[in-house]
Design a binder for this molecule. Sequence first.
Ligand SMILES: CC/C=C/CC(=O)SCCNC(=O)CCNC(=O)[C@H](O)C(C)(C)COP(=O)(O)OP(=O)(O)OC[C@H]1O[C@@H](n2cnc3c(N)ncnc32)[C@H](O)[C@@H]1OP(=O)(O)O
Length: 719
Amino acid sequence: MAEYNRVSECVGLITLRNPPVNALSAAVRQGIVDTVERALSDPNVKSVVICGQNGIFCGGADIKEFGSKMTGPPLIPMIHAIESANKPVVAAIEGSALGGGLELALGCHYRIAHSKARLGLPEVSLGLLPAAGGSQRLPRLIGVPAALNLITTGRHVTAAEALQLGIVDQVTDHNTVDAAVKFALSVAGRSLDPRRISTHPCPQQPDLDALFEEVMQKVRQSARGAIAPIACVQAVRAAATLPYAQGMERERELMATLFTSGQARALQYCFFAERAVGRWRMPSGARWDTSKPRPVHKAAVIGLGTMGRGITVALAQTGLSVIAVETQEKQLMEAKQAISGMLERGAKRRGVAPALDRVIYSQNIQAVADVDLVIEAVFEDIALKTKVFQQLSAVCKPGTLLCTNTSALDVDQLASETPNPELVVGMHFFAPAHVMKLLEVVYGPRSSPQAVATAMQLGKKMGKASVAVGNCRGFVGNRMLKPYIEEAFFLLEEGATPELVDQALEEFGFSMGVFRMSDLSGLDVGWRVRKGDGLVEPGTASGRSARIRQGRRYSPLGDLLCEEGRFGQKTGRGWYQYDKPGSRVARSDPWLHSFLGAYRAQHGLVARRIDHQEVLERCLYALINEGFHILDDGIAAGPEDIDVIYVSGYGWPRHRGGPMFYANMVGLAKVLERLEHYQQLHPEVPHLQPSSLLRRLVASGSPPIHKWGEVIKKLHSQL
Ligand SMILES: CC/C=C/CC(=O)SCCNC(=O)CCNC(=O)[C@H](O)C(C)(C)COP(=O)(O)OP(=O)(O)OC[C@H]1O[C@@H](n2cnc3c(N)ncnc32)[C@H](O)[C@@H]1OP(=O)(O)O
């Protein structure tokens, strides 16, 4: 849909109308074709302005249409028709001009942007490339290096940067459409040849081959198996080396490969999943659209260790006043220094003033009396947290929300120790809390919908991917991690090495393999949990019985390393060795290999050859299986919630969509068959026992992921 008006007597004004982002649906493309034709054929019209309704130019192609058969006029000829028009066409850019939206603007002869507008070619993040001429026009307009940067990262630029790069011709603080109409009148009748970007050669670039080689190497490294960034480099190379028509042909070929790839499907699924998790719902029936969040102006953080510091920074950067409480004076001073440093560095990066005066430090918990919300981030100890919650209940004004930052403790238990359990929710941040995108908002049976809504809204304000989940051991992320780590330990017992397991997982696309990750987060963390669970038995018992604990297979390998003082990077030794404590470069450790050999001998285990396929199947399918249990238990509302958690917080490769999407891609029947296979080989491992939901889904013909909800609902209604 595009509306046509004649303004200022001789300017044809075309307004894209497709809320919320004026995406280029078939109807919008048809509307543009029709209205451009009308403007160009009207002898009274001397120039044309294209804008979008409701303060947004255009969010690009309609992503929802990608899965279905293409209808309506295609983008490329539509943009060519605009570029070759014999009357000047001006794009009036407000809000966003992204993807196809910017490509449309690049087909116009001039671009005027509002100072708050953002522009970009984010197709790469959807597994695509700017294939409506964007990969060919942008390098011609702003040069190869800048175009490579924008197209391979998909980053959005501000209007000011767009002006500096030469993407737009003018930036205004006033009404953009008025400015564009005025501009259009001023350029009416001028020659348009120099304004047709496709007719320009790419600006000369010395040593083009070396530049592309360097960029390709960097892109390959950061892509971790994603194919779109590589295709983006290839498309820009075509722009730099081929005439426009041939470049367009190359753009088309590359896009054809990407468009039907599983990676594009996965990335587009992630785009919608991230938005879907905002529409949370609880088993009680409470929902995002019927639960009103409370306003939060002032918050408090209790406990200023690593997590508390990061949370304080995240809150202050969001614009909240924060009372940061730490009872020990020395720790308080250290925390103040660290928090100020983080705020200053963050502000420098973002080019704003640091929010130092938004944080008030105190040793006294009474200081939180008038805050709207408290996040407790003291040591992971239920007795200590209970004490803090009881103090908070006595000190805080009525109605203050009490949130606990815990990764494992029982939120319900904590809530039950307070007079107002409905005000209690978990806010599980990930370290470093001011950087990591993920936030699990954990509700218990008594958490009020308003408390959940408030925590979810606060998470969104902090720029987090916030996911509402039910209360259980490990919530969603860590609960699924447990079988994944256990399988990795079992693989070491059977003959694998940490290097082999990590290599398989990193080639799959994880940012870090399980053992490198464990070295980074500290082996002592899991050790403490296992001790608490009564699983750790110090000593040198041998044989199979020593590896069965609480009736199931158990590997004490992690405990044995901890007994050696090998806690990972912080001690300079873990599954790998490091130059010094705190160093990050993992090197293979001969000690570890002899230790594994001696361990196997002691337990009568014979090392066998393990390939990458087995590593992936055992680690990932065990994790996925737990995901099905979580869905079955109603802890996560849908597969999207699990997938967003894994992509934003656990290094799962985005181009594989998340564990549940991956299972859907592999085929549920295959996942089930492989789990059954491994379960037969390892009957003493309960997490390899396929979940009843997985069986049920396969029995229902393996419906696509967006239909799993129907099977889950049916299952629950029969219980
Ligand atoms: C031939 C193929 C050619 C492909 C070229 C392309 O153009 S690919 C598409 C490139 N465009 C993008 O990647 C932009 C994607 N959108 C955004 O980044 C953001 O939505 C926004 C435009 C910056 C606006 O952000 P904001 O936070 O204000 O809103 P939401 O993100 O919550 O979005 C609001 C709803 O709009 C839906 N939506 C957004 N963009 C598109 C789109 N391009 N197509 C279809 N739908 C889109 C989004 O899903 C939200 O709706 P929900 O119902 O809430 O999910």
